[in-house]
Design a binder for this molecule. Sequence first.
Ligand SMILES: [Fe+2]
Length: 308
Amino acid sequence: MIRFAAVADLQYGDLDETIGRTYRDSIQKFLISAGEISRADIEFAMNFGDAWQSDWSNALAVRELFHVSEKYAGITWRHVLGNHDFHVEKDKKSEVYGLLGLEKPGYYDFLVADPEDAKNRWRFVVLNGNEISEYASETKEERERAKAERERWRRTDADNKLPAEWNGSLSQTQLDWVERTLSEADANGENVAVCSHFPLYAQSKTLDSPRTKLASLVNLDVFYFRLGISTWNGSDLLEILDRHACVKAYLAGHLHEGSYGVRNNVAHVTFKGVVETPKNCYAFVELHKNAIVVDGRLAQPSYRHEFE
Ligand SMILES: [Fe+2]
């Protein structure tokens, strides 16, 4: 079995609490979960993005947390870029990638093989849903491109509103790379876990928020891109995922209340956000040849999805 840890939306900031988000508490929560993660037998830990709320000084503080837990507790971190990660001073935006050990454009993949089962091989396809966005733009050209892309995704079904500016979009180059990488994984008999900051899908009965109580009475398909919670071109991404049988999991953060759903044989897990979960939350994820198991800790629910 392959096992890794998952943490989402620390959103640390030296800031007073707003809308139920206790930014300062994230340091203590991180240290508690990192202590538990360091004692577990895992391959790596995945940060699903929004590790800080804003400002370079907070980003540097979180980098120290990752650094200390790597150096002294032996945790290997992998990072997914979130929208808040780019809410830093203009001249620091280009340094966000490097601070997390990444290179622009910030998407990548890697393979993990099960030491006990040669047939159990999982490719992680890590997306950058902020690639085209105003908040991550470093130049006038990038900003203009983001404006045009946002305009292209005007929500004709919702008063013709522009999609939320705090989400972004994947470039055609990134979508082509996803298509290519999934085709190779199909050919190689690998399972794939797609990791993004932005969720795509949930079943409404799993939504855990007072705002969604009514929706959870019946079980509806929730497509986050239709609600303006996902990347602007989330529908294009879902179309690509639908074409590839290798995709078994889509793992995300961003929506702090978390959610779950199985669609087209793919387990869609949105991890709860640490900053807005008083009890703290993290998860261990087990990957088997024919199953994915989310072993949620504290406020994070557990899930199990078996597939052919
Ligand atoms: Fe986010």
